[in-house]
Design a protein. Structure first.
Length: 790
């Protein structure tokens, strides 16, 4: 007999059962239900003990060696499960599928749920203001397909493109987990990232036939043409794998995933991952630093917060759509009363999008159902406010909002206002919904009143003033008599228990009422569950309209946020046009401006770029003078404008920008084995290979990662390349400490020199932070070093 078989033979039946499940879920922490506890064993126990801070012990395993053990009470699952998932682990929940009291052999068990970082509807796992995307990628040679699915909201997106575009989407939508073909995992990590939890499927999942069939079966259609994705073979393969993963993780109730939308590359401004990172749009390397999202988020609903994140990383290129958003923002600023009414309603709406998803997956609680009722009441208020606005854009939103009156009234009429969180606690259904339930409740609750009457009656009859009625699980209801009065007990009372200072008795009358009460309580629980489930079944028809309500409210919330932001900070409406001109008057950095000390005013700067006279601006000036801030603020103003928001400037005329590139700062990527210079050149090459006439390029200190001579040569060559390009004239801001580049303006007519003003006083320098025409001839390096304490 082999060592493995000997070891298995020596194990207890329970551990053999455990190991059979663990073999099916080797990459997950297995929570194994034993009685009232979830237990973990071996390596899982070591991990769980460390993550959860619970005691690690050892238990015997038959004649096999001892094994590590760590567990927690079953009722604490909602506390401990989120911690395991948030630490980046998959968790398989193995439940007891039969009553241990009713079997003489080992209890039948089965994995009922596999919770992963990318697949969860648990509100304690989810971040309220962020999507929780599962991604799936079909990696091709030059082009790839990708899908993003959020089971908690029902959103399902699909895209195709080259590796740079896919990388940008991964950076923008930040999935918690990604599905990759098993034999392409290493290549995925090399091209994209190794910072995301990766799950694998074999090749057969990533085939056109399997994926197409999976999608058609789920959506109940005969074609994918209606979704506009029938020609996207790579994307469809990725989407099919994502849906298949849901079934593999035991998520079969997914009716709320009712649509799949394509992310159209041509619809949005191109922001590569360097730009998203460098501009600190939604995250920052510095934990304490504010991002553009932090400054812009004045939303009042979770749907609005999540939508704003997407708008920030996916600004629009379509002038008509941008103008539509700007017009709504203008109207919301002007119509104060309407905006106030809308804000009041949105504040009470809750997370309608995730609540209706919990209806679909069968996990909504009675209390959450009441919140959904309040959400629909808020939708009615929003609809009324939009109808009264006399604004075509808001009236259009009102037409699309569905107050779902019949189901809202059902919830209102059937579920108690103070409904509990847990279904198994009872006390869910209102009086008048079911005659049978009302009758049972009368028996149960008036029965308890009758028990109190028995206590009073028997106390008076026997002359035992301290007589009391109690209940335990062994023999039910009883009469308790202290030893002082036990000689007064009638003969027909049956003694059941003797305590130190008292005795307990039962009577025929007590047993009859006990059976009635307990029978009624059990029937009440079953009937309430039945009525609750019937209501949930009735709600399934309302998933789509409620999801659309959530989308419309989220959109309105973001536009209200833009309006409030603009009022609070004196932002101005940008003019969006089809020209190739960028003309910002007195622009301000939206984030830095908010972080200035009280009373300190931000020094505004104007920037003008076009394709005929001033295509490239070379900005010189000392370190710390504000060159980088000026570059970033220009990009952020363009981004905010093309999101449909007012901007921090006196005025802004913006010819549609289709791509924003940044090469800002000299941050090493040493963890990937790349030097500053290599990172710099990789990022710059990405820019030069993807430019267009409508591109905005921000270059900061190019060439710093090498020798001065080489750095100047590279910076000069890049500027010349961008100026002399045969097809495109992208707009460029180039900040540098190489004063030699000022010479370029003499040879290239569309290159202009500017500098950030500095004043020398008493052998010290004062940063004026004002952009002025002409180049600077001094870097003031020694002065800056002295300011730094050197």
């Amino acid at each position: 007999m082999s060592k493995t078989k000997k070891r298995e033979a020596g194990q207890t039946p329970l551990m053999r059962q455990y190991n059979s499940f663990k073999a099916k879920y080797p990459d997950a922490i297995l929570l194994f239900r034993i009685g009232d506890f979830y237990e973990t064993f071996g390596e899982d126990a070591i991990k769980a003990s460390s993550i959860l801070g619970i005691v690690l012990t050892r238990r015997a395993n038959g004649s096999a060696s001892h094994i590590e053990l760590a567990g927690f009470p079953h009722h604490a699952l909602d506390t401990y499960l989120p911690k395991l998932v948030k630490s980046g682990h998959r968790v398989a929940i193995c439940e007891q599928l039969e009553d241990p009291k009713k079997t003489k052999t080992i209890v039948k068990r089965g994995v009922t749920e596999l919770v992963t970082p990318g697949v969860s509807t648990n509100e304690k796992v989810l971040e309220v203001k962020e999507n929780n995307f599962l991604a799936s990628i079909h990696l091709g040679e030059k082009l790839s397909g990708i899908a993003f699915l959020d089971i908690s909201t029902g959103e399902f997106y699909i895209a195709e493109g080259n590796h740079e575009y896919i990388d940008k989407l991964i950076q923008s939508l930040a999935p918690r987990e990604i599905i990759v073909q098993r034999n392409k995992t290493t290549r995925f990590k090399e091209i994209f990232t190794d910072k995301i939890l990766i799950s694998n499927f074999d090749d057969w999942v990533f085939t056109p036939e399997f994926s197409s069939d999976t999608l058609l079966r789920h959506f109940g259609t005969i074609s994918l043409k209606g979704f506009g994705i029938d020609k996207m073979e790579l994307g469809v393969i990725a989407a099919g794998a994502a849906l298949h993963y849901l079934s593999e993780t035991h998520n079969d109730k997914i009716q709320h995933i009712a649509n799949i939308s394509r992310i159209e590359e041509d619809r949005y401004v191109w922001l590569d991952r360097f730009t998203i990172r460098n501009l600190e749009l939604i995250s920052s390397h510095n934990e304490n630093a504010s991002t553009l999202l932090d400054i812009m988020d004045k939303t009042l609903s979770p749907m609005g917060s999540r939508m704003l994140r997407q708008w920030i990383v996916l600004p629009l290129k379509d002038k008509v759509l941008i103008q539509e958003r700007l017009n709504i923002v203008s109207n919301l600023i002007e119509k104060v009363e309407i905006s106030d009414n809308l804000r009041t309603a949105i504040r009470s709406i809750g997370d309608m999008e995730r609540l209706i998803s919990r209806v679909a997956v069968g996990k909504i609680t009675p209390r959450e159902l009441k919140q959904l009722q309040r959400s629909l009441t808020a939708v009615e208020e929003i609809k009324k406010a939009c109808e009264k606005s006399e604004l075509p854009e808001l009236e259009k939103i009102a037409e699309q909002l569905n107050v779902c009156d019949s189901i809202r009234k059902r919830i209102e009429n059937e579920i108690l206002d103070d409904a509990p969180v847990a279904i198994n606690k009872g006390g869910i259904i209102k009086k008048g919904v079911s005659e049978e339930l009302d009758a049972l409740q009368h028996i149960a609750y008036s029965g308890k009143d009758y028990l109190a009457q028995i206590q009073v009656r028997e106390s008076e009859k026997t002359g035992i003033p301290s007589l009391k009625i109690g209940f335990n699980n062994v023999f039910g209801y009883y009469l308790e008599v202290t030893n002082t009065h036990k000689d007064k007990v009638p003969e027909d009372w049956v003694r059941k228990q003797t305590l130190t200072n008292a005795e307990r008795y039962i009577t025929e009358e007590l047993k009859e009422y006990e059976e009635k009460i307990l029978g009624a309580e059990e029937k009440i629980f079953v009937l309430e569950m039945q009525l609750f489930n019937e209501l949930i079944l009735g709600m399934l028809d309302y998933i789509k309209p409620i999801q659309w309500n959530a989308h419309l409210v989220g959109r309105l919330d973001v536009l209200l946020s833009f309006a409030q932001l603009s009022i609070d900070n004196n932002y101005k409406k940008p003019e969006i046009n089809d020209s190739y001109i960028l003309d910002i008057k007195d622009g301000r950095h939206p984030v830095i401006e908010q972080e200035l000390p009280p009373g300190e005013k931000y020094i505004a700067n104007s920037v003008f770029l076009d394709s005929e006279k001033q295509q490239i601006i070379v900005i010189t000036g000392p370190n710390m003078s504000g060159k980088s801030a000026l570059l970033r603020q220009t990009a952020l103003i363009v981004l905010m404008a093309q999101m449909g928001c007012y901007v921090p400037a006196k005025s802004a005329k913006i010819g549609i920008v289709d791509k924003i590139f940044t090469r800002v700062g000299a941050s090493d990527n040493i963890s990937s084995g790349e030097s500053t210079f290599m990172v710099e050149m990789n990022e710059t090459a990405s820019i030069l290979n993807n430019i267009s006439n409508r591109s905005l390029i921000l270059l900061d200190e190019i060439g710093r990662g090498t020798s001065t001579y080489d750095g100047i040569s590279i910076a000069w060559s890049i500027s010349e390349f961008l100026h002399q390009h045969k097809l495109f004239k992208p707009k460029v801001l180039f900040a540098t400490h190489y004063h030699e580049l000022n010479e370029m303006a003499k040879s290239f007519k569309r290159i202009k020199n500017y500098h950030i003003s500095v004043k020398e006083y008493d052998n010290k320098i004062v940063f004026l932070r004002k952009l002025s025409p002409g180049g600077s001839e001094h870097s003031f390096g020694i002065h800056v070093a002295r300011m730094a304490g050197m």
